[in-house]
Design a binder for this molecule. Sequence first.
Ligand SMILES: *Cc1c(COP(=O)(O)O)cnc(C)c1O
Length: 224
Amino acid sequence: MTVKQYVDHTKSLISEICRDSNRQEEKITIVGVTKYVDGPVAEQLVVEGITHLGENRLEKLRDKQEIITDESIKWHFIGSLQTRKVKDVIPHIDYLHSLDRLSLAVEIQKRATKTLPCFLQVKTSYEESKQGVHVDEVLDLVKELKDFDKISIIGLMTMAPLTENKEEIRDCFKKLRHLSQEVQGLNQSNAPCTELSMGMSGDFQIAIEEGATYLRLGSILFGQ
Ligand SMILES: *Cc1c(COP(=O)(O)O)cnc(C)c1O
């Protein structure tokens, strides 16, 4: 199958899931995760109308940006970000999905020339390897960022564990949605927190059902 066919297939699945779960499709943005492919293949996503692209490493992001020069593309950084790399990364991105600690926020505040839309990455599962702020610490971190005018907490992001257990995955996504409502309840001007970045190729159906607004999709778009 071609990238076009994979994209069409994915879009029709998303439409169907939205219909079945009473979600408005316009509220859902596909972030095409291009980390598995080279620039020319990634560019085919753009041809198919995917205008949000995600990468987890700076070098790979820059490779793609050399080839994909369309000004309307929004670039998402979805990988863990080392504090010392902040100054190199932020000039090249429109969204950060992996804000997970105060020290990282301090560095962004120091280096950014304009406000960066960020998702707080939350650890909603007990998997050791998963990064993110602990569920119990999210509200405190948001409050600590109150005066950071270079950071806008537009939403929360999580990764569900790799498991066959759908209820376990659903619990993670539910937890994230409830937490986002708590953040909204703070009425903090730089933390509207209306967006939920959750759902990957293996679990996006559950994510849509639980309110995802940004799906981070990689392998399903490339047939991997
Ligand atoms: C790789 C990656 C994805 C996409 O994963 P697929 O399962 O290939 O869709 C999404 N989010 C993050 C943080 C990733 O690193």
